[in-house]
Design a protein around this ligand. Structure first.
Ligand code: 6A9
Length: 785
């Protein structure tokens, strides 16, 4: 009985939130407290859509189809790389009140704009304007169907108002969170002031079991029987939403209460055209006029001017002499990060050693930027620290809110789940084996980098201490337990050393078992994971974290001695050298049970009896170890070896800097014309696959987050007195130029900012658009470190 009791209470710890007062007041995201941020483009996973910062928001969105083109799979809705769009993303977005996005489909471009207007008790009104223009290269004038939709999410109701010919003129609705509202659909015109164009209309009003099913419902309701017959044009039948035969969705509880209203308004019209959609809040009474037509145009114009001014005041790219094309690129990078902010609500799925099966974490909100709107539109812990380095320059308050959301997710153990997959929409994008988050797993505490930036803003009086200090005071108990969690669960085998937990366990299948928790996935570590390891990047993160903790404590007048002591010990370069300097490599290195004599070999194996085709031998790659591992330095040269430099832990007179600068500028090792590669060309694992299915990831390609830290460090050591000042300053200029030029060039050529860049060709690769940390290029251009 006792054991059982122990087991269940231990098992509960992983899902018990930390008891300290939350940073976010219960109502802080409500329209009463924060009306300006209530509505937003907080659905980064769709090309265009809005929702409110609330748990069960009514959502609005856009799908579209190109009629009379190859039809299959032509419906666009969620951002998918498989759609092969020529490019899309926000070109302007202030994070609060307006945004301008361009979506380049094969034969036409959609411009999606929104403007908000405050008033009433529910976050006010907004208007969308969609403008479609065909490309010069299009063979015929495209006919496009826009499908505007609104859906409730388990709360509230919607009613379509249909005029003659199936045209939905408006949708009225109500929900607890939004009160009464009305959405009005304008008619398509050739431009402002022009009369309505020939168009066909269709609509669907049905019930949906969840937001992740909206695309399917629309697809399943399409019917080809409708006729598009413009004056002077040929008659053709086109696809449109018709009736949706409700099927029993798998996993559906068949509880009608769980179903939501879903209304689709389809407009089919030939390009060019422009359409407006107006959302009006019922509580907004003294509206001076409607936010449409020339009123909207004027509003948009004002916001654009304000955006441009703020952009220049913040980043000063014009003053630095950048071309207008460069500046447009930088604005797009920042804007897509802002326009990629998401508001998610739900529980993570988590596990500790005390749970036999995964369990649900408490439901909660997360307001966060996302790395990639197409491939991973959700929160990632260490990505977010990088995101906030950029966003805090633009909007300190936004950064504070993001911090508050992330730190409010901390559990009683001091753990924050690394990848936040909170709702059905998010879960629908992730293979099941990646969903569960384990409570022994860390992820680099980059939020301390962003916090350091906030402290610098406070110091420079760029932000008022009247808002910053209360924020820090609320954050502080959570920062303490978070730091403590790292400093106890991730310690290494010898004093002052640290070790990432959660490395891959099956050493036979991987050339080098991955360390997803470090953020650097397949970057080479000790070949045989063991408790004897120590990791130099984590040592450096802890040095940074303890220093920032000491500062926060000092600012708040809290005891800071413990943090200061830790910081002083870890900052002692003799200790760092003793734990991590490899004389063989002339570089900083991990230490562990390791051998270099590993390779992947083809092996013929028989599939076990009982499985299909078990009588046939199958070739697969398995790891062969030619020499036994022993305790030694890992001796891989790459990003991990640079960390003492990247995080400014080396004293400016450290002779190690000389070695680091040499490795950095050596084309046979880390230097490329496009930025620093992640792993030395000379390393045995350079560009090696980890399994037959796992292409090299952090084994050569150029990543912008680490390159940002590298230019920042070169800038740092190039500006303070020391024997390496000049060398660092020279390299700073070169690396900065290479990075800016390449990310910019790739954007022009491909229409996207990318997850990583090829170290031989500079080409963007991996997921796209990736305006997560790759958008740090803006800070590199602005030289804001
Ligand atoms: C897999 C596939 C449709 C990998 O940017 C997010 C993370 C980084 O934190 C990490 O450092 N990325 C980097 O090594 C992307 C991780 C994507 C995992 C999702 C599911 C979805 O299939």
């Amino acid at each position: 009985f006792y054991a059982l009791y122990m087991r269940s209470s231990l098992a509960r710890r992983v899902v018990t939130l930390h008891p300290s007062p939350r940073v976010l007041d219960a109502n802080s995201s409500s329209p009463a407290v924060s009306p300006e941020r209530y509505w937003g483009s907080y659905r980064p996973q769709v090309y265009f859509g809005m929702k409110t910062r609330s748990p069960r928001s009514v959502v609005t969105g856009l799908m579209w189809m190109h009629q009379f083109a190859e039809m299959d799979g032509n419906l666009r809705h969620t951002c998918e790389q498989g759609d092969h769009l020529l490019g899309y993303g926000w070109l302007m977005h202030d994070g609060v009140s307006f945004g301008v996005q361009e979506i380049h489909d094969r034969d036409f471009t959609l411009t999606t704009e929104f403007v908000k207007r405050m008033g009433g008790d529910h976050g006010g009104d907004w208007t969308w304007r969609i403008t479609a223009k065909q490309h010069g290269t299009a063979l015929s004038t495209p006919v496009v169907s826009l499908m505007f939709y609104a859906s409730t999410d388990g709360q509230g109701s919607l009613q379509a108002h249909v005029e003659e010919k199936n045209r939905v003129s408006s949708v009225t609705g109500t929900s607890e969170e939004l009160g009464n509202f009305k959405i009005t659909f304008g008619k398509p015109t050739a431009g402002e002031g022009a009369s309505a164009k020939y168009a066909r209309y269709n609509f669907l009003q049905t019930r949906s079991p969840g937001l992740d099913k909206l695309t399917d419902i629309v697809k399943n309701s399409l019917n080809h029987k409708f006729i598009f017959s413009p004056p002077k044009g040929e008659k053709r039948s086109y696809f449109a939403v018709d009736t949706y035969k409700v099927t029993n969705h798998q996993n559906q509880q068949n509880d009608p209460k769980m179903e939501s209203d879903f209304v689709v308004h389809q407009v089919t019209v030939q390009t060019p055209f422009q359409i407006e959609v107006l959302f009006e809040s019922g509580s907004f009474r003294e509206r001076p006029n409607q936010l449409v037509g020339s009123v909207l145009t004027d509003e948009l114009e004002k916001r654009k001017v304000a955006f441009d001014e703020k952009f220049e005041a913040t980043f000063g790219l014009q003053a630095k002499g950048f071309t207008s094309s460069h500046i447009k690129f930088a604005k797009a990078a920042l804007s897509n990060m802002l326009g990629g902010m998401g508001y998610f609500f739900g529980p993570s799925v988590v596990q500790s050693v005390y749970n036999e099966h995964p369990v649900l974490y408490p439901e909660g909100p997360l307001f966060t930027a996302v790395p990639s709107r197409s491939f991973f539109p959700r929160g990632f812990l260490w990505d977010e620290g990088f995101h906030q380095l950029l966003l805090s320059k633009w909007d300190t308050q936004l950064t504070q809110e993001v911090f508050a959301h992330w730190l409010d997710l901390i559990n009683i153990e001091g753990w924050i789940p690394r990848e936040q997959i909170l709702d059905d929409e998010a879960r629908s994008k992730v293979p099941s084996e990646f969903i569960v988050q384990h409570n022994e797993n860390a992820n680099p505490p980059t939020l301390f980098l962003a916090l350091q930036e906030l402290l610098e803003q406070l110091d420079a009086e760029l932000v008022s201490s009247q808002t910053m200090l209360p924020f820090l005071r609320k954050l502080y108990p959570r920062l303490q337990v978070w730091f403590e969690w790292f400093n106890t669960t991730q310690v290494g085998p010898v004093p002052n050393s640290y070790r990432w937990r959660g490395r891959d366990k099956d050493t036979n299948l991987f050339l080098n078992p991955k360390t997803l928790t470090s953020g650097l996935d397949d970057y080479p570590r000790a070949s045989h994971p063991s408790a004897d390891e120590r990791h130099v990047d984590l040592y450096c993160w802890m040095t940074l974290a303890s220093g920032v903790m000491a500062n926060v404590a000092r600012i708040l007048g809290e005891p800071h001695q413990v943090y200061e002591n830790t910081h002083r010990s870890l900052s002692n370069n003799d200790l760092l050298n003793e734990l991590h300097w490899s004389e063989n490599l002339h570089a900083f290195s991990d230490y562990g049970n390791h051998t270099q004599a590993v390779s992947l070999q083809q092996e013929k194996v028989f599939v076990p009896p009982g499985q299909p085709r078990h009588q046939f031998p199958v070739a697969r790659l398995v790891r062969s170890v030619r020499r036994a591992p022993k305790l030694q330095y890992v001796n891989a040269l790459g990003y991990v070896s640079l960390f003492p430099f990247l995080l400014h832990i080396l004293t400016p007179d450290s002779p190690k800097i000389e070695h680091i600068l040499q490795a950095i500028k050596d084309p046979e090792r880390l230097w490329t014309p496009y930025g620093l590669r992640s792993l030395s060309r000379a390393d045995p694992l350079y560009m090696k696959r980890n399994t037959e299915h796992d292409a090299p990831y952090w084994r050569g390609p150029i990543w912008i987050n680490i390159n940002y830290l590298a230019v920042r460090a070169l800038h740092h050591y190039g500006s303070i007195e020391g024997p390496y000042k000049e060398k660092a300053a020279t390299l700073y200029q070169e690396l900065r130029t290479n990075l800016m030029n390449n990310v910019y060039k790739q954007y022009l050529e491909t229409g996207y900012i990318w997850e990583q860049y090829n170290d031989s060709t500079g080409r963007g690769q991996g997921s796209h658009p990736f305006t997560g940390w790759s958008a740090l290029t803006v800070l590199i251009m602005a030289e804001k470190y």
